[in-house]
Write a protein that binds this ligand. Structure first.
Ligand SMILES: NC(=O)c1ccc[n+]([C@@H]2O[C@H](COP(=O)([O-])OP(=O)(O)OC[C@H]3O[C@@H](n4cnc5c(N)ncnc54)[C@H](O)[C@@H]3O)[C@@H](O)[C@H]2O)c1
Length: 428
């Protein structure tokens, strides 16, 4: 596939992106997320959406309502990719389609914004990275949190050493609703007349027509990696961004389907441990059965301070004081007295309520400015013009998605899964 793609590109030179005028964009997959993306892309003012493609007619209809009549409805995405007037494509189809659509778009000389997870399997990521590089196409992945003010600030603080040495990150997504568990309402006009079932299935196993599978595809392993590829991938993208890390060397995970048994074949509860060669570990956790703690968030734990990151960022200095009272009270009295008279001890220990000052106080940074997706898409348009890749390029997208695939393999095979840094892929 990749060799074909690269040679097709060599035969047909890539379309140059307009230096000044608006970028002509096509959108493949016009579902829930895509409608947000289209809105945000338009609000950047840097692109015109001239074609939209979807496997359900209702979504194309709404897409044209949203973006304007200059957008052509293209039921078959290959026709959109073949349109030479289109410079760049946004891909927001279900996950099992991403690789094929991204590779075909690259082969046609287009730049790509692909929603997370970039891939459905880890090996697909290796193929996409190679194809994007060979064809010199911009491939940006849509885990937009890294473009938020708070994640940018967190990275700056970690780099500046404000947290000391970070050795543990806890990150979670917790939900307790049917919509949170991806049981979305199905549009009442959905039928074999309005839904192109074969177009949806594409590379997935053949199955009888099912509106549940079509509209709630995240619940089925044929099209999605469940919690890991839907949610953990966001967490891993951010962690790699904050920590300047590429991939975990080792991953262990366990998952169970405790509750939503009638609606899915993927777990509703997932716990994973990831270890990074940079010298830190990560706990990822998700349940769809309780949302007492915030829906999504990070605790970044350093020797001198911590950051909690959800919508807002809060920095807490580490209140870690030596307190050896209970030990020295068992020593001979004269030795205990000498201990407390030592200036070094007095500077470090909690004595009579006196706390030695270790680091500066708490600090809060509110999530401000435009929506992170607008910033993320504006950065994509900049990359198209400057030909300079964004941090979240194909390689970053591949590695974040691969973490999810490692988690799922660990659950399925009940073993530790390792990363091969030389091949930039998970070990078999
Ligand atoms: N970055 C984020 O915060 C974020 C949030 C939600 C979803 N997403 C990602 O966006 C993608 C889409 O998710 P969604 O929630 O919008 O799902 P969705 O089911 O609402 O949308 C997917 C759309 O793709 C269409 N489609 C399926 N096969 C197609 C084909 N062959 N050609 C053209 N269209 C086809 C479907 O008809 C559907 O309208 C997923 O990869 C998901 O992980 C990202």
């Amino acid at each position: 596939m990749f060799l074909q793609a690269a040679s097709a590109l060599a035969a047909a030179p890539a379309l140059p992106a307009p230096a000044n005028g608006k970028i002509q964009a096509g959108v493949i997959g016009c579902g829930a997320r895509s409608h947000e993306l289209m809105q945000h892309l338009m609000s950047t003012g840097g692109a015109t959406i001239t074609a939209v493609s979807d496997a359900y007619t209702g979504r194309m209809e709404r897409a044209v309502d949203r973006v304007g009549k200059q957008a052509r409805k293209v039921p078959h995405y290959k026709e959109l990719i073949a349109d030479k007037s289109i410079d760049a494509v946004v891909i927001a189809s279900p996950d099992h389609w991403h690789k094929q659509m991204v590779l075909e778009a690259i082969a046609a000389g287009k730049d790509v914004y692909c929603e997370k997870p970039l891939t459905y399997t880890s090996a697909e990521g290796v193929e996409i990275v190679a194809a994007a590089k060979a064809a010199e196409r911009i491939v940006q992945v849509g885990s937009q949190g890294v473009s938020s003010v708070t994640q940018q600030k967190a990275k700056e603080m970690i780099r500046a050493g404000k947290l000391g040495k970070v050795t543990l990150i806890r990150a979670a997504y917790n939900r307790n609703t049917a919509s949170g568990a991806w049981i979305y309402p199905i549009p009442p006009d959905a039928s074999p007349q309005t839904v192109n079932w074969d177009a949806f299935l594409g590379p997935a196993p053949k199955r009888p027509f099912s509106l549940e599978r079509f509209f709630r595809w995240r619940c089925y392993a044929d099209y999605s990696g469940g919690i890991a590829t839907d949610l953990f991938v966001h967490l891993c993208t951010t962690i790699h961004f904050l920590m300047d890390a590429k991939a975990p060397s080792k991953v262990m995970a366990m998952g169970q389907l405790y509750r939503w048994k009638e609606s899915r074949d993927v777990p509703d509860t997932l716990n994973a441990v990831l270890e990074y060669p940079e010298g830190f570990a990560v706990n990822l956790s998700s349940t769809f059965n309780n949302q007492t703690s915030a829906e999504g968030g990070f605790q970044i734990l350093g020797t001198e301070g911590s950051i909690t990151l959800g919508g807002d960022l809060t920095f807490y200095p580490e209140e870690a004081y030596e307190d050896n009272r209970w030990i020295v009270e068992s020593w001979p009295k004269r030795l205990e007295e000498a201990y407390w008279n030592d200036p070094k001890v007095r500077a470090a220990e909690l004595i009579g309520g006196h706390k030695p000052k270790l680091v500066e106080g708490a600090q809060k940074v509110h999530a401000t400015g435009q929506d992170a997706t607008v910033t993320h898409m504006a950065a994509w348009l900049d990359s198209i013009r400057t030909r300079k890749a964004h941090w979240e390029d194909a390689a970053a997208g591949h590695r974040a998605a691969a973490c999810a695939h490692m988690v799922n393999r660990s659950v399925a095979q009940r073993r530790m899964v390792e990363w091969d840094f030389a091949r930039d892929d998970m070990k078999a």
